[in-house]
Every structure is written in structure tokens, then in C-alpha cells.
Design a protein around this ligand. Structure first.
Ligand code: CDT
Length: 313
């Protein structure tokens, strides 16, 4: 018997700096209710989905930085999303900026959670690949200061058994790195969910601009196929406080094929019926890891961070 999970990537249009969390949550609830009408089991929201993507701006005031973070999840403002999840019997994935108190200090992470159909948090992931730079670049039209505002995630890439599937998470820039997918592939992941905030313009490399949507799709299709799993990516899209971001939210099958994709840069649901067993034939043949992987030849991947001397030298 096949295991069908009906999944919605809930793309959000821009969230301006003046927009309240209550307003963002209301938009997410509206999408969740539409999703229910389509028989959806799991809704995937974007990265840092409760506010404008503030790492695009240099901010010095600590209180202002904190204003973009959640000290509790759920909080008074996000509780309605959890209540709606419970009421409708729909799971969800949500990206947000997390203020934690650990090891005797305040810590800031770019975080995502997985919530089951009873509205309970079953998994938490903290973004590992933080793009951009920590230093101020006032000459740039906008910046990506994630290395300034967040610590590198310290939870690895766990996979959770929930909703009758093996589900893992990554966040935005993680999707460009094959290691992110493979660590979950080695836990027999069947579905990877992620959100992203990807500007159309890349100030340090403007020659990449025309390829933004292509690269977005390319990396998620490769990750899905090479690990025989579903990949669902949800964008925060459109012009947000002067930074125009790509859409292209999509659902990709373990075959590597895009089965559904957003056609706007606003709030939009992208829905597909996803058979969690579709990757089985790949996992039993081409990508039978136990039979065909050769880890003794992969040591350099964890020994080296940057490119180094030739192996042949
Ligand atoms: N949020 C985030 O991780 N954004 C980055 C921008 C890098 S531009 C190539 C991303 O990988 O989409």
C-alpha cells in the first residue's frame, strides 16, 4: 500500500518591516485553511517566516535585533497557528529566528520546526550553512549578514519519524550543499522540507543574477534524485523592503522531477500528492547506499574545509 502525504508549499509574498507578526500569522492561517480544503496533510512555510528578512540590513541596536527573534515557540503571537494546526489536523514546517538561552548565554539561531497534526513540535533544526559575511558593507545595495546575526546550527540534520514518513529539514542556503541532503539520506529520509529567502540580485556576484531560479531548482532536483527523497521548498518571494526575492516554490519527487511549482511571487499554495514510497526503487537499485557507496574514498569531504593540495601531488 502506498503512503500518500498531501503536501503544500505555502509560499509567502513579502513581509514588510512594518508588518506585525499577527498579520504574518493571519496570512499563514489563511493558507492553512485553503490547504485543508485540498486535503493537505503538511504545510511548508518559508525561512524566517514571521518577519521581514532582517539580515539584509546592518543593525547595531541589540534590542532592535532581538525584535526579529522568538524567545518562545509557540508564543502569544504564534499560538494561533498551532491552534489552527490542531483544529484542522494539519502538520506544518515553520522557519523563524530563535533566541535561546543555552550554556549560560543568549544564543541566536536561524531555526525551523516540524509540527505534527496534533499541533505538537516534533523536531527542531538550526541552520548550518550561514551565507554572507559578518562585516558591514555599506556600499552594497543590501547585505546578507547571517554570519553576524546567527550562530552556526548545532543540532546536525536529524530525521524524524512522524506522519508515517521519515522527514528532515534544512534551511535556504543548506539546499546548495550536497552534504546537507546526504546526511539525511543516510538516515533513509523520505521527505526534506525547507524554506528560503533568496534575493534576485547577488551583490558580490551579479553575473549569477540571471541564474537565480535555475540554481534554486537545480540544487533541489539534484538533492531529491541523489537521495531518492521528496524535496519541498517554500519561498518568501517578491519585493521586501527594497530587496526583490525569487519565488519558484516547488515540490520535487524522488525521480528528480518537479511535480508542482508556484507561478506568482505572492502568497500561494503549491500542492502535490506525494507517495512516500516512490523513492524505494531508487534506494534498492542505483542509490542502494549500503551496496554502492565507498566511504573510504570520501575522507577529504570531512577532513578539509576549503580546496587544498592536489591528491596527485
Ligand atoms: N537566506 C539564504 O540563505 N539566502 C541565500 C542567499 C545567497 S545568494 C546565492 C541563499 O542561498 O539563497
Amino acid at each position: 500500500m502506498s503512503r500518500i502525504l498531501t503536501i503544500a508549499a505555502a509560499q509567502l509574498g513579502p513581509i514588510q518591516r512594518s508588518e506585525t507578526r499577527a498579520s504574518a500569522v493571519a496570512r499563514m492561517i489563511a493558507l492553512m485553511r485553503q490547504a485543508k480544503a485540498h486535503g493537505v496533510d503538511l504545510v511548508v512555510y518559508p525561512e524566517a517566516a514571521l518577519t521581514a528578512f532582517f539580515p539584509h540590513w546592518w543593525i547595531e541596536d541589540e534590542a532592535e535585533i532581538d525584535s526579529y527573534f522568538e524567545a518562545a515557540m509557540p508564543s502569544n503571537e504564534t499560538a494561533p497557528l498551532f491552534e489552527e494546526s490542531r483544529r484542522l489536523g494539519i502538520g506544518f514546517h515553520l522557519g523563524f529566528c530563535e533566541l535561546a538561552h543555552e550554556e549560560g548565554r543568549r544564543r541566536r539561531f536561524n531555526t525551523a520546526i516540524l509540527v505534527d497534526k496534533s499541533g505538537a513540535i516534533v523536531g527542531k533544526y538550526r541552520k548550518i550553512h550561514l551565507p554572507g559575511h559578518p562585516e558591514h558593507r555599506p556600499e552594497a545595495p543590501f547585505q546578507n549578514l547571517e554570519k553576524r546575526y546567527f550562530e552556526t546550527g548545532n543540532l546536525g540534520w536529524p530525521v524524524w519519524r512522524t506522519m508515517d514518513a521519515n522527514i528532515g529539514m534544512m534551511i535556504c542556503n543548506d539546499r546548495r550543499w550536497p552534504e546537507s541532503y546526504r546526511v539525511m539520506g543516510l538516515q533513509d529520509v523520505e521527505l526534506i522540507v525547507l524554506g528560503y529567502n533568496t534575493p534576485k540580485h547577488n551583490p558580490p556576484a551579479p553575473d549569477h543574477d540571471r541564474l537565480g531560479n535555475f540554481h534554486n531548482q537545480l540544487v533541489m532536483q539534484a538533492g531529491a534524485y541523489q537521495n531518492a527523497c521528496w524535496v519541498v521548498g517554500a519561498a518568501k518571494a517578491g519585493p521586501e523592503a527594497g530587496v526583490d526575492q525569487i519565488g519558484g516554490s516547488c515540490i520535487i519527487a524522488p525521480t528528480g522531477e518537479v511535480v508542482a511549482q508556484a507561478v506568482t511571487e505572492g502568497d500561494e499554495l503549491v500542492i502535490a500528492r506525494c507517495d512516500m514510497d516512490l523513492g524505494r526503487s531508487y534506494k534498492a537499485s542505483t542509490f542502494n547506499f549500503a551496496k554502492h557507496r565507498e566511504p573510504q574514498a570520501y575522507g577529504m569531504i570531512v577532513e578539509r574545509k576549503g580546496a587544498g593540495p592536489l591528491l596527485s601531488a
